[in-house]
Write a protein that binds this ligand. Structure first.
Ligand code: HEC
Ligand code: HEC
Length: 316
């Protein structure tokens, strides 16, 4: 990592630059021309739209597909064309090309192939994906959301760009060993709404757990690389990119002192209650992800987070 100062500078440029201007501009005009969607990069998406492509575009932001599958500062033509390095304690993974290119992207995938990847973490040939692709969360998405994402990705112009091989140690190179990881740490399944809670809470729980996968970064891991369930959302000093990730449970060692308004503002603009801006990977999560969410969805996520059990865990 380039250090906090470096990240701060990066963030300020990102903030002043077009990523956020784009995020907060009204939906750019988009239209279908031939097979490709014009303005797909600017597409903000809309969860209430009648058009599955618009609903899928919204989910592609919410799920941070854009963050991990688009190289930073890449030309617009490289939208979702992969090459973004994702640093983890196990090495550097590269987000893949998920454009509609049939050779290097996923253009020749059926909807079943796509659903299997999202739900089971498996490629069309049956091999296992690394959990740096957060399918442990996406498995909980609804069938209709997965279908909308697929509809959107079909419209992403194909890019003829080969994937970059992951830079991981040889012993992690065997995808067969992932069967063991999955056995210990992965459970396929759908989100189950809690009938004792209201609609807003359930929407927030769904978005947080299945789509925006906050816990993937905000939780410590067990030795086998699964989320330490007792400390889910309680932060870790050994986060995905080696740095620390704060406790986001409502304890005083977490975000107990934040009001709902503070939290919404943070997820929307990246500003914390002290007026400081988010850094590190959270800056990307916000600028390419949560800043695109509707006010109702942000309020729902905050409602859910505020209902978590407060866990004492001081993270430096
Ligand atoms: C934290 C980073 C990250 C996020 C967020 C993420 N992905 Fe990925 N994704 C990856 C990585 C890394 C791989 C490659 C995994 C492997 O090689 O085993 C991958 C693989 C995939 C694949 C398989 C592609 C192939 O070429 O075989 C699909 C499809 C996919 N992701 C779709 C999505 C969608 C849709 C979203 C958003 C809902 C998403 N990803 C969010 C990192 C991410
Ligand atoms: C890719 C990893 C990652 C994901 C996914 C992620 N976060 Fe974060 N989050 C971080 C990091 C790293 C920080 C520390 C940012 C900093 O140093 O400025 C952070 C900071 C925060 C903070 C500020 C806490 C504080 O005490 O300063 C909040 C609140 C937060 N995240 C909420 C969320 C929510 C809600 C989600 C899901 C919608 C989420 N995060 C998803 C990595 C992540």
């Amino acid at each position: 990592m380039g250090g906090v100062v470096g990240l701060g500078v990066l963030l300020i440029t990102a903030w002043g630059g077009d990523s956020v201007a784009r995020a907060h501009s009204p939906t750019a005009p988009a239209g279908v021309q031939g097979d490709t969607l014009v303005g797909v990069v600017e597409l903000r998406g809309d969860p209430e739209s009648d058009d599955p492509v618009m609903r899928g575009a919204y989910l592609a932001r919410a799920g941070n597909c854009v963050t991990c599958h688009t190289e930073e500062d890449a030309a617009e033509e490289l939208f979702l064309a992969g090459g973004k390095p994702i640093e983890t304690p196990f090495g550097v993974f590269y987000g893949t090309n998920i454009t509609s290119n049939p050779e290097h992207g996923i253009g020749d995938w059926s909807e079943e192939d796509f659903a299997r990847a999202m739900r089971e973490g498996r490629a069309p040939d049956g091999s296992h994906y690394y959990p740096s692709f957060p399918y442990a969360a996406f498995t909980k998405m609804t069938d209709s959301d997965i279908s909308d994402l697929y509809a959107f990705l079909r419209e992403v112009p194909g890019v003829d760009r080969e994937n970059i091989p992951h830079d991981i140690p040889w012993y992690a190179g065997f995808r067969g060993s992932l069967a063991l990881w999955k056995m210990m740490n992965f459970e396929e399944g759908r989100f189950e709404p809690d009938p004792d809670r209201d609609e807003q809470w359930n929407r927030g729980a769904y978005l947080t757990r299945a789509v925006t996968h906050c816990a993937e970064c905000h939780s410590p891991r067990t030795l086998s690389g699964g989320i330490d369930e007792g400390l889910r959302y309680a932060g870790t000093s050994d986060g995905p990119d080696g740095g620390s990730v704060p406790n986001i449970t409502p304890h005083e060692t977490g975000i107990g002192g934040w009001s709902a308004r503070h939290l919404v503002r943070y997820l929307e603009f990246g500003m914390d209650p002290d007026g400081d801006f988010a850094g590190g990977s959270m800056a990307d999560v916000i600028s390419e992800g949560t800043s695109y969410l509707t006010g109702e969805d942000l309020a729902a996520i905050v409602d859910y987070l505020s209902s978590l059990d407060p866990i004492e865990n001081e993270i430096d």
